[in-house]
Ligand binder design. Sequence first.
Ligand SMILES: Cc1cc2nc3c(=O)[nH]c(=O)nc-3n(C[C@H](O)[C@H](O)[C@H](O)COP(=O)(O)OP(=O)(O)OC[C@H]3O[C@@H](n4cnc5c(N)ncnc54)[C@H](O)[C@@H]3O)c2cc1C
Length: 607
Amino acid sequence: MQTHQFDAIIVGAGGAGLMAALYASKGGANVAVVSKLYPTRSHTGAALGGIGAALGNLDEDKPLWHAYDTVKGGDYLADQNAAKILAENAVDAVIELEHMGLPFDRTPEGRISQRRFGGHTSNFGEKPVRRACHAADRTGHMILQTLYQQCIKNEVRFFDEFHVVDVIMNQGACVGVVAIQLGTGEFHVFHGKATLFATGGWGRVWQITSNAHTLTGDGAAAVYRRGVPMQDMEFYQFHPTGLYGLGVLLTEGIRGEGGILLNKNGERFMEKYAPKIKDLASRDVVSRSIYQELRLGNGIGGKNYVHLDIRPSTVNRYLAEAGETRRVDDAYIARALAETLDLCRTYVGVDPLTEAMPIQPTAHYAMGGIPTNIDAEVVTDANWTVLPGMYAAGEVACVSVHGANRLGTNSLVDLVVFGRRGGMKIAEYVKTADFIPLPPNPTAEAEAEFKRIRASKGKTKPYTLRKKMQEVMMDKVGVYRTAKELVEAAETMRELRHAYFTDLSVDDNGYQFNTDIIEAWELGCLIDLAEVTAISANLRTESRGGHSREDFPDRNDEKWMVHTLAYRKSDNPYGTETPPVETNTDKKVDMSLAAEDPRFLPKERVY
Ligand SMILES: Cc1cc2nc3c(=O)[nH]c(=O)nc-3n(C[C@H](O)[C@H](O)[C@H](O)COP(=O)(O)OP(=O)(O)OC[C@H]3O[C@@H](n4cnc5c(N)ncnc54)[C@H](O)[C@@H]3O)c2cc1C
């Protein structure tokens, strides 16, 4: 076992981790980034559509309007102090990325180009605004490359292909992590004054997902097993446009460029569900509308999908109908949506310039996660009690800036804004904090668990359990939910966990790049998070944002302007007995913008 000591340990090398690492190192901290993937393979690199900032380069725009859209899009559950920071800091964060060398698309005058996106409006919902800054449809890829270069320049130390499997706590603080070096199977301890989790989401809980295979919620599960609550886990976003059968994401930028959703009769059905903003309604609304169409038997060819049409002839027809002067042609679409065209041609053999694309909603984004304050410090209760030494940023964190439903392009903003704030806070903290010593045997429990998995001789392959989990979660904890199904889903997760601890079977018991064992461990994380999701979803007896209860179809602001917190009640991070999950709803939503401006008060949604 090797031990490494750094002021700051950043777990994860996506946009959030890299931004935090950059700013912690700029502030003078000695920083290590520990990542199971090579940094530029992180999921941030798959983000296509753009990063939202009220630059106002093409249409008049203001950060306050961006904050309003964020709060409204989040169905009023977003903490308003955080939404304000997100919108205000987005502007200089994007300009900073540009100065670091990020090759944004340009307007003819040389400014950063911006496009429309769902839920982005000017003047408090008046009309659509072009706010999404983008580098073709490869925005996330460019962010990742740019930040990685900056980190290298700033002498951040990278431990690539090191898989973090446990959090080390001592004296009530987080003092580092345990990781396995994938190439050797060896255990390493990373001892730090500050540890920031930026491990991304857990879309792999569901069967149809836009998320990469690696998005298994490791960071969230690891801290949850050590007593940190999970906040607002019932809010998981289904993106309306995943490629049928695969879930591969087709960016909202397609509809931003004028793409239209059509049912089997060629009807633009969003006119029915969101007469005002139509295809650019927020994601929860569009996903539900697609499900309604499917229930009405309006899927294409009797199947569970509808069409997304970006053919220039279709787009131009609707642009003309809307009285707009803009027109598109093949060359424009091929340039603005290069990645999309490529994905469709490769995965389903459809050429979007000549055919409509088959789409269905796909599990996409975790609004919930590790609770933090606006400086990325992890908090453990409704009183905002800070857990010393532990930080979180990016998708794994719940600031909460996205509330019940995230707006398109706001995740990339979240990464750079709160990643940066976390990095700055860490730099400040490590200047005065001392190293808290490691507890004796910090790797003991993780090593024992891996020994168990390696030696397991049961009958059930991790694959079988994963498949069952994904099917049940898709079926019962998807876009629409009922108490009965949520209770059943939670029960199934407990059964799966029992099988996981008593009857697992892995084939490979080697040490070098043993993906069999690592995937089995990741499955344990997914099951934990799936269970919390079902339990939190059952607790919230209302419909809000991405959480739609068929048995409680209305939003209930009187009772539910609160966050949910779910705690795993056990000191043993593993063990065959299913630990009870305890929930509370004591944490109120921050309403600081509404206190000054009644437009930020919850109101009925008109689409
Ligand atoms: C296909 C797709 C398109 C998207 N498009 C957009 C968009 O256009 N605009 C937008 O705003 N958002 C978009 N999103 C959402 C956004 O990209 C993600 O929410 C965001 O990139 C997450 O970034 P992150 O830094 O939190 O984590 P990620 O980029 O997911 O990185 C996670 C990091 O954690 C590391 N890690 C995980 N587990 C461990 C472990 N056990 N040990 C060590 N390291 C670990 C990984 O190696 C990786 O480096 C999109 C998402 C997807 C899936």
